[in-house]
Design a protein around this ligand. Structure first.
Ligand SMILES: [Zn+2]
Length: 360
């Protein structure tokens, strides 16, 4: 895929408003992006399935996975003073939430700007200055002066989704993106780029690129996509948290500009080791840089797909600094290397090689 087109696509995807349960905006973008190369269907949970146009009945299936949702918030109730009490969607820590700029989609579908309200330092006690309140005690302010105004004029009430509001920028000098929601917009963009790379090609496997919903709240969409696609083998394209800014070099396993991370372990998942080894060797053969990681935290869609179908599954992780915060960095180089590796696997893998992954 052309570099400038890829950069434009990534920026578009990252700016989309899509949090768990409210993925429609990104799903539509993804559908428009891949429609020239795939037939796309969407189910009632907003999972999208892009079937490569050249797929033929009877071939084994390789499922690609990325997820459409990012961490966000949902309106729980309107406080008497008009401020919004909210609940996180996905894995936030409270330290990353105060003073974020957000957009709330109101009941008319309009986007209302707001901010996670903080008490000015002038009014804080010493104890307050050194502590972050619980999320349950935080509020979002849209500039309203009463509960009635928020509900009747701003049309915001229980159930309205709340999105982080940061515009993605690309720095041409160092090849690095800066923006929000890189988890998993880089994975979604990588899936689209892989489909474009394989345009018009007959492959050994039918390719189904499934964009799953609700990953951040428990891999929910991927359980459904796995049952529907019934893959024989699966590649998960996940944006993975980089550790290179706070981990000594000998222990750092996911870093900016070090290529994709192939995950050997997280709290949900251990990949098929033969498939993992095959992917590493193919990357070496193609001169694609990568790292391997053993994580004691985190999880991803690969677990759901693996549990449902027992199909050999690996994770190709695109490193993201400061994941699950409002501001992230990722490198074009890592995106490109991830797309190249996924494309190389789809071109190289055969039914015989796949069978060898489960031979005793
Ligand atoms: Zn993710």
């Amino acid at each position: 895929m052309d570099k400038q087109a890829a950069i434009a696509m990534i920026k578009r995807f990252c700016d989309a408003n899509a949090t768990s349960g409210f993925e429609d905006e990104l799903v539509k973008m993804f559908k428009d992006q891949v429609t020239p190369f795939a037939d796309v269907t969407v189910d009632g949970m907003l999972n999208a399935y892009a079937n490569k146009k050249e797929n033929q009945a009877g071939k084994p299936v390789i499922q690609l996975d990325a997820h459409s949702d990012s961490v966000g918030f949902i309106t729980q109730a309107i406080r008497p003073n008009g401020l919004i009490k909210f609940v996180p969607l996905g894995g936030w820590v409270k330290y990353n939430i105060p003073a974020i700029k957000v957009k709330i989609r109101n009941q008319d579908g309009e986007y209302i700007p707001g901010v996670v309200a903080t008490k000015p330092p002038h009014f804080m006690t010493k104890a307050e200055q050194n502590n972050v309140p619980e999320v349950a005690d935080m509020s979002i302010d849209v500039g309203s002066t009463s509960r009635e105004e928020t509900i009747n004029d701003f049309k915001i009430n229980t159930g309205c989704p709340i999105f982080v509001d940061v515009t993605c920028e690309y720095n041409d000098k160092n090849g690095v993106f800066f923006g929000k929601d890189f988890d998993d917009r880089f994975g979604a963009a990588a899936m689209a780029a892989v489909l474009e790379n394989l345009q018009g090609e007959q492959t050994n496997f039918n390719v189904v690129a499934a964009l799953s919903s609700q990953e951040e709240v428990g891999l929910r969409g991927a359980y459904v996509t796995a049952r529907k696609v019934k893959p024989d083998v699966c590649l998960v394209l996940e944006s993975c948290p980089a550790d290179d800014t706070f981990t000594p070099d000998w222990l750092s396993q996911t870093g900016l500009k070090r290529g994709p991370m192939l995950r050997d372990m997280d709290t949900t998942f251990l990949p098929n080791p033969h498939f993992q080894q095959y992917a590493c060797e193919l990357a070496d053969k193609n001169g694609i840089p990568y790292t391997r990681s053993v994580r004691t935290g985190g999880g991803q869609d690969g677990a759901a797909i693996y549990y449902e179908q027992g199909a050999p599954t690996i994770v190709i992780g695109i490193p993201v600094r400061y994941e699950h915060s409002p501001y992230c960095f990722s490198a074009y180089k890592d995106f490109k290397a991830s797309v190249d590796l996924a494309t190389a696997i789809i071109r190289d893998l055969t039914a015989e090689k796949l069978a060898s992954f489960s031979q005793l």
